[in-house]
Design a protein around this ligand. Structure first.
Ligand code: ATP
Length: 423
């Protein structure tokens, strides 16, 4: 068989079948074309005859409700057709949400607020994407909230955010990231600073509620919330807090019956808790793969994607031109706590930082805060920069930034996340 034939495969999919493939190779690309019939990738319809390009790390499922023929060209790591998928159940959930939206529209009420929960690697982000795509295909304008700070889909890792969904996700690049509302948390896992995480979730929930108030269409369309896989002990408490903050109506629990039962027990009766199976196609990600994903997201923030390159700027600023803060001071022993201060208050204390070698390669959030005080903690982020050099002798810091000088604000907040700019 010639090399070309080896890499060009045609698949005929029956009704309700799913073609799954993964791209591993960092040097090769895989091209997908719908030849006939109807098919979708995580809820976004494929355009017949259009070729979609996938690069390293892509894990794709092409699902068809009516049967189709697709062509896959290039070296895939795995490629197979699955006959069993939970898509009918996911579509039923969409149907139920749609029913609630129609009701909300009629009565000018708030539409459903649905939260997707479950352990790691069960397809939470994918279910969110499917539900949002189906909603927007029905002319709804839902808000997508992503609380998954490590493996989220809005902005860069270390943040939580919200995005109004106005069109289906692009097959190869996900949802368009126009004007997301982003809060800087600054860590890879919520367990590093649960107090701050809770405060930010409440703040995000308040802002989302305000947006629902002012936009009628969005109000009836509701909200879909993605969460992270931290579901045990304090992680479970965190989920309950998030559910309360956003005043959720529906919780969809993927894959774990224990979590489902706990939520049925602990949630008030008006919250519908639904159990959903995970798809057999969801791919588990190792610790290394998760860390690579985070790096990739930060790289894309500055340099864009192969299809849509960005050209970041690099510039110097004097130490005196910026104010850098860190959130969280070292803990004081109980006996030394000033009167009226709680033991975990230090977790949300602003500490001024003089630029030093320790912040090299770190991400800094550019705050929207107008005031130079505690407001900084709860202000959303205007964007992010990366420290590429600190010259303590000349008192100059070099930043990689999506925008040229000047920065929109001189208040910067340190993130634990780092990015090695190899360009
Ligand atoms: P995390 O806990 O890390 O947030 P998650 O539960 O949100 O993970 P997803 O990110 O939705 O899981 O899915 C993990 C990976 O599996 C993704 O790369 C996704 O593209 C892939 N995936 C999901 N569903 C399928 C499917 N049906 N077929 C093939 N791949 C899939």
């Amino acid at each position: 068989m010639s090399e070309d034939k080896k890499v060009l495969q045609e698949f005929k999919l029956e009704t309700d079948n799913e073609l799954r493939f993964e791209v591993e190779s960092k040097t090769e690309k895989v091209y997908l074309t719908l030849k006939s019939g109807l098919a979708e990738v995580f809820g976004t319809e494929l355009v017949k005859g259009k070729t979609y390009e996938f690069t390293a790390g892509a894990k794709v499922a092409v699902f068809t409700w009516h049967g189709c023929v697709v062509e896959v060209k290039g070296k895939t790591d795995v490629v197979y057709t699955a006959k069993e998928t939970p898509m009918v159940m996911y579509s039923n959930c969409h149907g139920a949400l749609e029913f609630m939206r129609a009701d909300a529209e009629k009565e000018n009420k708030r539409g459903p607020i649905a939260m997707i929960v479950g352990p790691c690697d069960v397809g939470k982000s994918t279910v969110c994407r499917i539900l949002l795509n189906y909603a927007v295909r029905m002319s709804r304008r839902p808000i997508f909230v992503d609380l998954d700070i490590g493996q989220g889909q809005i902005s860069i890792p270390g943040t939580i955010g919200a995005l109004m969904i106005e069109r289906p996700a692009s097959i190869d690049e996900g949802f368009s990231q126009e004007a997301p509302l982003v809060y800087h948390f600054g860590h890879k896992s919520p367990s590093t600073n649960p107090t701050l995480f809770n405060m930010l979730i409440q703040q995000l929930a308040n802002t989302v509620k305000e947006r629902l108030e002012v936009n009628k269409k969005t109000r009836s369309s509701g909200v879909i919330i993605n969460t992270c896989g931290w579901i045990k002990g304090p992680g479970y408490k965190q989920l309950i807090n998030s559910a309360k903050a956003f005043e959720v109506d529906v919780i969809m629990v993927l894959d774990q019956e224990r979590l489902y039962n706990e939520l049925v027990r602990d949630m008030p009766n008006f919250v519908k808790v639904i159990f959903l199976p995970k798809s057999g196609g969801v791919v588990e990600r190792s610790k290394t793969a998760r860390s690579e994903y985070r790096d990739q997201r930060i790289k894309e923030y500055f340099y864009g994607t192969p299809k849509n390159s960005l050209y970041p700027h690099s510039f110097d600023l004097k130490f005196s031109e910026v104010k850098i803060y860190k959130i969280g001071a070292p803990a004081l022993p109980d006996s030394c706590l000033p009167l009226g201060m709680k033991a975990d208050d230090h977790l949300t204390k602003l500490v001024v930082l003089t630029p030093n070698a320790g912040i090299l390669h770190h991400i800094l959030a550019v705050s929207f805060s107008e005031k130079d005080d505690d407001d900084i903690i709860l202000s959303h982020a205007a964007g992010f920069v990366c420290v590429t050099n600190v010259d303590t002798d000349r008192q100059i810091i070099t930043l990689l930034s999506p925008q040229p000088k000047p920065l929109p604000n001189n208040i910067l907040v340190l993130s634990e996340l780092q990015f090695m700019d190899s360009h």
